[in-house]
Design a protein around this ligand. Structure first.
Ligand SMILES: [Fe+2]
Ligand SMILES: [Fe+2]
Length: 171
């Protein structure tokens, strides 16, 4: 349920994490190709918007205020997830025999990444919380951009992801 009250940045990002976890659980229990594809599409949309607003707004705000290594790993983890997301989006409805496996591996990757962000004390969010960041202002920016991107992705599909750390990658 969308709340009309403004949220601070970390509350908003954590709520996104919970939304995606629930969708992954639903995917695990779902049967029928149509239902699974619909859930997978929704997972990919939510994750694409979430990664974009973190990379455009939240991570840059953390720059210089949290451990550099942790931030760099976050970007790489996002890129790894984007590769799978692109595969899942392209594979939906095409009878990809690895479709369910890709969603499962994406779930595992995201679980790990969310843990890195939310870990108590040393996680990215904890470190950001200790830094002097205006979480309310950031929350407003994140919410506005999230709304804008969600609309656009719903209308014209999830765009081909932009990789930030693997620009030269070729497979
Ligand atoms: Fe996140
Ligand atoms: Fe993230």
């Amino acid at each position: 349920m969308a709340s009309t009250q403004s949220q601070d940045a970390i509350a908003l990002l954590k709520e996104d994490h919970r939304t995606v976890e629930k969708l992954f659980e639903q995917f695990e229990k779902a049967s029928g190709d149509g239902r699974k594809e619909k859930l997978a599409q929704q997972i990919c949309l939510e994750l694409s918007v979430h990664a974009a607003i973190e990379e455009e707004i939240f991570y840059p705000a953390c720059e210089g205020k949290v451990e550099e290594d942790l931030l760099k790993e976050s970007y790489v983890e996002h890129d790894a997830a984007k590769v799978l997301i692109a595969q899942i989006v392209a594979g939906a409805g095409s009878g990809d025999e690895f479709f369910d496996a890709k969603v499962k591996v994406l779930q595992e990757e995201i679980e790990h990444h969310v843990e890195e962000e939310e870990k108590r004390l040393e996680g990215l969010f904890s470190q950001a919380r200790k830094a002097d960041l205006d979480m309310d202002a950031l929350g407003e920016q994140l919410a506005a951009r999230k709304q804008e991107l969600t609309k656009s992705y719903q209308a014209s599909g999830i765009p081909k992801p932009e990789l930030k750390t693997m620009t030269d990658a070729e497979v």
